[in-house]
Design a protein around this ligand. Structure first.
Ligand code: ADP
Length: 396
């Protein structure tokens, strides 16, 4: 039997996404999600060969949730036998990982060493690796890091202007995230433009619940908007993105907040949710805007303006732009957000084609700008496929 499938695991702090992916045909016949791990309402939903199923798993703990997934896969004997490798999304690889890596004891220790940089995420990723190693001991396991793609950023882009010792002794610097997505859509765009990636300059905008932009020169990340943590940069669903760093002290001194409350507010109560007072979800923001809600309209406007400012600033490290790429749930689906971002970018030569934008560039080779404009493209991301392709490339 042909062994050509990769089990892709994305273990978050209270959720696990999984998919069985064929990295060559790009088929994904089995995928699902466990949500609310540890809570009463925990449950799993999955899709196998087009059939959707779900089951409540009240108060399920992390190892049991993972074992439930692995048992489901093992129940399909043919599928289980075709598994070739397991690919894990790992959030933080620090400076140690500049690319994906086959997991051995040293690599696992190095991922543990990065735990301090991602205390919510890396422990969950490690739990996923350990459970998969136990359940599928014969399969090689590969770690694909959110941060690795951005390890090509130069020092002038990744350092904060704070005492240098914080970098050398405590690894405090900008790392960036969403690297797998930025790398995937950049490769797709190079293919679409029939140009080697190593000769392409792109600005990629990954706009989901979390949002980041990346400047890519000759196929390599040279700057990105997220920093030490995913809070820096763009306005997001519930994250503020950039703020004056003195806001913390101001809120502590003048409103009596403690530092945890400030941090929670900036990560969970800000962004689209904070400004609109309605929702963190862009569909809800768009609907409310269309119904005349001024706060929602303001949230969308701030989102687009901040995004456009970042895109504009990335002309600096790139010098030339082969294309601006929109991806992620918002980037792929919201013609409204794309239009309201591109309207700020005429100085960089962008001119929207409203018709192509409405249909997400699908009839026009992904291009949503007019002829003669600097190109903007809409490209669906596929992080699972990228992880599966890395897993096969490293273990074949
Ligand atoms: P995640 O970052 O959790 O992977 P997604 O990439 O799925 O999230 O993006 C979620 C965001 O995409 C939400 O804000 C959602 O409202 C937005 N989105 C999805 N579909 C649409 C749509 N048709 N129009 C506008 N926004 C959309």
């Amino acid at each position: 039997m042909l062994k050509n499938l990769v089990l892709v695991l994305n273990c978050g702090s209270s959720s696990i996404k999984f998919a069985v992916v064929d990295p060559v045909s790009e088929q994904n016949s089995f995928n699902g999600l466990v949500q609310c791990i540890g809570a009463k309402e925990a449950g799993i939903s999955w899709k196998q060969d087009g059939n959707k199923q779900q089951q409540a798993l009240p108060n399920v703990n992390y190892p049991d949730a993972l074992n439930f997934i692995l048992d489901l896969i093992k129940q399909d004997k043919e599928l289980a036998e075709r598994l070739f490798a397991v690919g894990h999304r790992v959030v933080h690889g620090g400076e140690r990982f500049t690319a994906s890596a086959v997991i051995n004891p040293q690599v696992l220790d190095a991922i543990r060493d990065c735990q301090g940089l991602a205390p919510l995420h890396n422990p969950a990723n490690i739990a996923g690796v350990e459970a998969a190693q136990k359940a599928l001991p014969k399969l090689p396991q590969v770690a694909v890091f959110d941060t690795a793609f951005h390890q090509t950023m130069p020092k002038h882009a990744f350092l904060y202007a704070v005492p240098y010792d914080l970098y050398t002794s405590h690894q405090i610097r900008r790392y960036g995230f969403h690297g797998t997505s930025h790398r995937f859509v950049a490769q797709q765009a190079a293919n679409l433009l029939s140009k080697p990636l190593t000769e392409c300059s792109f600005i990629t905008a990954h706009l989901g619940n979390g949002c980041s932009v990346c400047a890519i020169a000759n196929g390599k990340s040279v700057d990105t908007s997220m920093g030490l943590t995913p809070l820096e940069g763009l306005v997001m669903g519930t994250r503020s993105g950039d703020i004056d760093p003195s806001l913390h002290a101001h809120l502590v001194d003048s409103l009596g907040y403690d530092i945890r409350k400030v941090n929670n507010m900036l990560n969970k109560e800000s962004g689209l949710l904070g400004i609109s007072g309605i929702d963190s979800d862009m569909r809800a923001i768009e609907e409310a805007t269309a119904n005349g809600n001024e706060q929602a309209a303001l949230a969308a406007e701030i989102f687009c303006y901040r995004l456009a400012k970042y895109i504009g600033s990335y002309a600096i490290p790139l010098g030339q732009i082969d294309a601006l790429i929109f991806t992620g749930g918002i980037g792929e689906n919201s013609d409204f957000i794309r239009a309201n971002t591109i309207k700020w970018l005429s100085l960089l030569g962008f001119q929207l084609d409203a018709e192509q934008n409405k249909t997400h560039g699908r009839q026009n080779g992904a291009i949503i700008t007019t002829e003669g404009s600097t190109k903007a493209l809409v490209i669906p991301t596929n992080e699972e496929l990228m992880i599966a392709q890395d897993a096969i490339a490293l273990t074949n």
